[in-house]
Design a protein around this ligand. Structure first.
Ligand code: SIN
Ligand code: MN
Length: 209
């Protein structure tokens, strides 16, 4: 459903089976050769998520994308798997948009996980100007997601992002402020055997047009 021009919330987009498969993939990636880590940002504060960037690395110190993790361990960002790229494209299409995702930020939130209100504005200028969406998938515990306007002080809506939900913001909504105020522990479907929450946000940095 369209909650604002260019912003779509698809409840239970993914089946439980699809969620299970995605959890296995997220765990393997987060605990793989290039593991997820807790970024330290510009001011010196630690983020409240474990992060792994695929395709391109987002540097929390410079807020710029780069091929290797120069703010952490120098390792290269693992490639974005093709099946994930395809899934992002399908979700965007459901919202009437297109994305050729070239990066994904995978975040794991434990019971204390959160993310302050921010804009996603570090992708390529042309991609943002074209309104190529950010495509988000949530799995596990429910998040209280805030979705605001184009200015930090604009009013925000609180939206429950539940396991299997997809959220797309592009076009006129591409630069809306958003964040996660809290995770609601114990709300993941029991069959998933997941404590906490994985969130994947797909983006397209490059625009060849
Ligand atoms: C993000 O804004 O990058 C993550 C949003 C979320 O976890 O739902
Ligand atoms: Mn964001």
């Amino acid at each position: 459903m369209e909650i604002a021009p260019g912003a779509f919330h698809f409840r239970r987009y993914l089946s439980l089976d699809a969620q299970r498969a995605l959890i296995d993939q997220c765990r393997a990636l987060a605990d793989g050769a290039v593991p997820a880590y807790v970024p330290v940002v510009r001011g010196g504060g630690k983020m409240h998520v474990r992060m792994l960037c695929l395709g391109r690395h987002w540097n929390g110190k410079t807020y710029a994308y780069e091929p290797t993790r120069t703010d952490f361990d120098g390792l290269p960002a693992p490639p974005l798997p093709d099946d994930l790229k395809r899934l992002a494209g399908e979700i965007a299409a459901s919202a009437g948009m297109t994305i050729a995702a070239d990066l994904c930020i995978l975040n794991y939130y434990d019971a204390d996980g959160r993310m302050g209100l921010h804009q996603d504005k570090d992708e390529g200028e042309r991609s943002i100007a074209a309104g190529i969406p950010v495509v988000s998938i949530s799995i596990g515990d429910t998040a209280r997601f805030l979705f605001g306007g184009l200015r930090r002080k604009d009013p925000v809506d609180a939206i429950a992002l539940e396991s299997g939900d997809a959220f797309v913001f592009g076009g006129p909504a591409r630069l809306r402020y958003h964040g996660v105020t809290r995770i609601v522990p114990g709300t993941a479907p029991p069959d998933l055997h997941l404590t906490g929450r994985f969130n994947l946000t797909f983006r397209q940095y490059d625009l060849f047009r």
